[in-house]
Write a protein that binds this ligand. Sequence first.
Ligand code: PRX
Length: 700
Amino acid sequence: MDQSKIISSEVNEAQIAVHWKEEEIYRPSAKFIAQANLKDASVMDRFSEKNFPGCFTEYAEMLTWIEPWREILDTSDPPFWKWFTGGKLNACFNCVDRHLEKYKNKAALIFVPEAEEEAPVAITYQEIYARVNEVAAMLRDFAGLTSGDRVTIHMPMIPELPITMLACARLGVIHSVVFGGFSGEACGLRAADSGSRVLIYADSYYRGGKLIDHKSSAEVAVESARREGQNIDKVLVWRRYPGKYGSVTPMVEGRDFFVDEVLKNFRGKKIQPVAMDAEAPLFLMYTSGTTGKPKGCQHRTGGYLAYVTGTSKYFQDIKPEDVYWCMADIGWITGHSYIVYGPLALGATSVIYEGVPNYPSAARPWKIAERLDVNIFHTSPTAIRMLRKAGFDEPQKYDFHFKHMTTVGEPIEPEVWKWYYEVVGKGEAVIVDTWWQTETGGFLCSTKPALDAMKPGSAGPGVPGIYPIIYDEDNQEMQAGSGKAGNLCIRNPWPGIIQTIWGDRERFVRQYYQKYCRNPQSKDWKDWPYFAGDGALMAADGYLRILGRVDDVINVAGHRLGTKELESACLTVDEVAEAAVVPVVDEIKGRMPEIYISLKPGIKASPADVKAKVTQTIETMIGKIARPKTVQIVPDMPKTRSGKIMRRVLAAISNHMNVGDISTLANPDIVEQIRVQVQGQGPVETQEGPEDVKHFGTVE
Ligand code: PRX
């Protein structure tokens, strides 16, 4: 390793110590550049501060408007920015109707069922149009929904999910999709918060080879909403196989209805798309905060749709002739922005896969890519790590060729990035590491795929029109290239930012703007930087290295260490497949990192040797300050259904605290196994931990 590249920096308490080594850069291939949507370097000038906010009309003009906007950015009520005010449009029209003339015969969605015996189903734009209209008619005339009403949708990855979302958008009904893997309880609380009186469900779906009974969670949802004071009048249930009920829960007379039966009354019905104000809310997406109940992130129609369309075109490089597969779940923001709204607004073909990436084996994604000739692939570091662990050489066995690949959602370790690049991308595809959040609507930081070099582990610079800045705790700007990290902020508003937190304006201001607002009376956007809640450092070239949530920073003897930095170091050890680092209370140092690792299959080295190697690697790559208290080798990590490692649970185990609710985990059984390994047999310990450890890993 080139020791000279290790940055070591003296930091004060307001800053975060960083020990990353800068990676070598990779350049996009000439073949990719030749065909890219974004190859004109003048884009940075077009979107430079002197052209703000007018630059964003470039994105708005990609849409079809019913009435033009009067003002691009209205700053009269900071920080509640309004975009494209006076304009009217319909999101469903933009994603469906307007493509019919040219593309009615083209697949809008390709649904890949989890069971390999079930063939993929291509749904054309014409078919989506017909189905969305019928569903919109049902929602309006059977469920009594009208524009501005909220509806909670708790559905898995089946095409009826985007069809339902688009039907809502056609009517101006605000949808709130709750990730299918969440519990009925979680769904009910969100339904109550949003004031939904209609729930839309699926009866069942496949996951890991099993048909899961999903409708049973609707009973819990209705009950938990009722406890919060919200009555649910109707539960509309899509059946995975129309006519065949896949749940054991009885349907409640007068409340529950099978969608396939109700739709018979709306066959061939057409509903005029409702002209919505640009500022009308399009949807809510709930996300966890460090404290309190989940926040209903409220996204607007015009600005959001413009932003995801523009960024899909430039950063996903989507063209109508591409086969684009984002392996996220539509129940998260990535799915809303980059499976449904962005790609469909561009007339693309978007693949929806029902199941888990490793069913029946870790070759599944590559088989799907080969079969459908997918050429743009989008997934998370967690999925990449998992596929790398379970099938390192599998991608080589299949004949697929990506031109473009995305990683999103967490920092990616350079080791993992290189596997993605060499083995999955076969050295041909560009990679964009896109940093953004539920609140931001779309990508904020990324390399420009044909224009910028790629740096493994770095999320690239601010995308056009986004001006990132790093502040320390004392409001001092951390200079690019200083080697010091702080809190990542965005200096300016952009069209994809949420309007507010549903029903809680005060929390919106407190969470994102209070910390760095220069003057609460000011109507100048320059006084209102957006606080993202992530630790990051900016290299001299403007590329951002994300260290994780600021709440996930471990303070060791007064030095704040990014957990990701440690995890990434662990992954350079050959034997290690996955790593998670949590803080453990230490009498002398305050906190120390405790390291959990899982190993690649077939490892011969002894556990003691691997542990010693991990400790030594951390000491060499980061320093003795980061020496772990212990290294635990575990058979698997506790994970959410979306695949994120639950560091919160590991931190609780390490600190002998209550592990909290683990019912929504993909593998809840592993928790007790790890607990016994770490704490020994004996009673479950539930001591109260310190605040930072209690909150560690709770922000998703
Ligand atoms: O900590 C950052 C991390 O994910 C957080 C946002 O999570 P969520 O709202 O669930 O949205 C996920 C999909 C956009 C961020 O605050 N994060 C997201 N993308 C990256 C990332 N961390 C590092 N690199 C990324 N590319």
